[in-house]
Design a protein around this ligand. Sequence first.
Ligand SMILES: NC(=O)c1ccc[n+]([C@@H]2O[C@H](COP(=O)([O-])OP(=O)(O)OC[C@H]3O[C@@H](n4cnc5c(N)ncnc54)[C@H](O)[C@@H]3O)[C@@H](O)[C@H]2O)c1
Length: 369
Amino acid sequence: MIVKTINVNLSDHRYPILVGKGVLGNAGTFLSRQGFTTPPIVIANPTILQLHGSKLMKSLQSAFGPSTIIKIQDGERFKNHATLMKIYEGMFRVHANRRSWVLAFGGGVTGDIAGFAAATFMRGIPFVMVPTTLLAQVDSSIGGKVGINVEQGKNLIGAFHQPSAVLSDTEVLKTLSKRELYSGLYEVIKCGAICSKPLLQYIEQRLPEIRKCQSVAMEHIILAAARIKADVVASDEKESGMRMILNYGHTVGHAFEAATGFRKLKHGEAVAWGMLAVLEYGRELGVLEPEATEKLMRLIQRVEKLPAIDGIAFEELWKALVHDKKFRKGDIRMIFLRRLGEAAIFNGIEADSLRKFLKRFLARSHDFV
Ligand SMILES: NC(=O)c1ccc[n+]([C@@H]2O[C@H](COP(=O)([O-])OP(=O)(O)OC[C@H]3O[C@@H](n4cnc5c(N)ncnc54)[C@H](O)[C@@H]3O)[C@@H](O)[C@H]2O)c1
C-alpha cells in the first residue's frame, strides 16, 4: 500500500487525511491504530456497497468484527429529513450509544447526511469519512460541514462536525462515470485557481492521465487539493473570512444550478460555469490579466464540453442569485483572482453592474464552451 497523509490542524482537533492506492483494504488496520476498538455503523448506498463494499467490510471485519450497515438511497434528493430519520432508527435498532461511531462510505451526499447524523445522534458521536467520488475526496469530506437539504433550499440544516479521519482510496475512482470524475476535477481546478499555480500547470500537463484515472496523477491532484482545503479550513474553521475563497465560482455557479432546477448540471459543472462567468467579469473589471484569464478558461474548456446553459431565463438566474445565502443584497461580495493561484475577496460590487454582466454572459454563453 502506498499512502500519503495530510493533517488537518484545527484549534481543538487534529485529524489525518490518507490518500493512496489500497487505502480501502487497510481501513480496519489504520482505524484501529487511530484508537477505534469497536465496529462502526457504516452508512452507504447500494451503488457503492456493490462496487467496493466487500473490500472495506472485509477489512473492518478483521479489525473489529462484524459492522452494522445502514443503507440509504442513492441520490441528492434523498439527502433529506426522511433519510436522516431512517439512519437514526437504524442506529437505535442496534442500540447505538455515545460510544458508537459512524463511517460514511460514499460520495458527498452520503458524507453530508451520515456526518450530520453523527453530529446530532446523542449530541454528537465520532465519525470517519471514506469518500468515494473525486468531489468528496477533495472537497466535501474535509472541513466538517455536514447537513441535509430541506424544501426551502440545499444544505440549509446542518452543523460543523469534524471527522476523526478521512480515508481516500484513489482506486475506487476508477468506477466513477466520466461526468462525475470531471465534476470533481472542476473543484480541483478551483483549488489551483485560488491557491496553487503549480496545481493548474500539473493538470494542464497531465490531463490525459487524469482522464484515465491513472493512480499517480490522481494521487497528486487529490493530495494537492486536499492540502489546500485543509489549510484554508484550519485558518478559518467556521467560514467567517478566508474560507470564503473556497467558494470561488460557487455563488454564480450555485445560481446556475438552482435556475436549472438542480437537474441539468452536476455541482462541479455548475462551479465550472461559475468560474467562467467570474473570470469573464473579472476580465471586464480589469482584475485579472487577459492572458491569465484565457489560460484558465482554456483549461476548464479542455476538460469536457459543459452542458449548455443558454436555456436559463435570466430572471430565474437573478432570483436564484439574490436568494443565495452567501449573497447579501446591497453588499455584494465576490471572489476574484488577482493572478492564477491567488484569490481575493472583493466587497461592494454593484448589483446593477453584475446584473448587466450576467445578462450579457448568459446571452453569449455558447461562446464559452
Ligand atoms: N460538506 C461540504 O463541504 C460539501 C462540499 C461540496 C459538496 N457537498 C455536497 O456533496 C454532494 C455532491 O457529492 P458527489 O458529487 O460526491 O455526489 P454523490 O454523493 O451523489 O455521488 C455521485 C454518484 O456517484 C456514485 N458513486 C459514488 N462513488 C462511486 C464510485 N467510486 N464509483 C461509481 N459510482 C460512485 C454515487 O452513488 C452517486 O450516484 C452534494 O450534496 C453537495 O451539497 C458538500
